[in-house]
Design a protein around this ligand. Structure first.
Ligand code: SF4
Length: 215
């Protein structure tokens, strides 16, 4: 199936696809995205209200105590590391960008805790800059859907998808792949039975073979 047809199908299935992190400002989005590494958006949304109440802006976070930040986000995995990154992120914005979070992806990736994926999410979500952030869902489903080779690195997945998908669809594609991966093409137990891609899917065929052997 061509990428355009896949996106059309996904848009039909997930018309509500979009960012599920709760935020009211660029600062809040950056914090939420930074916290979202290796955890669910639902978990992030549970800790950010208390965190934003203690640290309502980048300046207050930059002046924050590490142990208070840790306490606010303690229920998240890797919370110690994330707390350090939050502090480093805020201090870097204060010291290097006069308190203004940069818009440019090349500058965003230089901030502590903000890698390529996070920078792409922030730039596309807040500034509507065309970017295609590759997280674990995007990587998995684009491989299962045969859009990229199954051995491709995250960087190669991004490059290949950006070549195959028109620029104006990059932001949509990111959300649609995430929703598809989160709610249907799940890592361990994909819901294949009603999937539009079942007849072409290598993953589905392999799973069927394994089931046959088992029975
Ligand atoms: S058939 Fe299953 S594994 Fe293949 S794309 Fe659909 S949900 Fe994912």
């Amino acid at each position: 199936m061509k990428p355009e047809a896949i996106l059309k199908q996904l848009a039909r299935e997930f018309p509500e696809a979009g960012c599920e992190l709760h935020y009211k400002s660029l600062y809040q989005l950056c914090v939420a995205v930074l916290l979202s590494a290796q955890t669910t958006d639902v978990s992030v949304n549970q800790v950010t209200p208390a965190l934003f109440a203690h640290f309502p802006d980048v300046k207050s976070l930059a002046e924050g105590e590490l142990d208070v930040i840790e306490k606010d986000i303690k229920r998240l995995g890797l919370y110690r590391n994330k707390a350090k990154n939050l502090l480093g992120f805020a201090q870097s914005v204060m010291n290097n960008y006069q308190g203004e979070i940069p818009q440019d992806i090349a500058q965003l990736v230089k901030l502590p805790g903000i890698g390529r994926k996070c920078a792409n999410v922030i730039a596309s979500e807040y500034f509507h800059t065309p970017a295609l952030a590759v997280d674990t869902h995007v990587e998995r489903v684009s491989k299962r859907l045969g859009l990229v080779s199954k051995d491709a690195s995250v960087g190669q997945v991004e490059k290949t998808l950006c070549k195959k998908i028109p620029k104006e669809r990059w932001i949509d594609a990111h959300h649609l792949f995430i929703f598809f991966g989160r709610y249907r093409c799940k890592a361990k137990s994909p819901l294949c039975m009603d999937c539009f891609y079942k007849d072409e899917c290598r993953e589905y065929r392999q799973r069927q073979k394994k089931d046959l052997k088992r029975n």
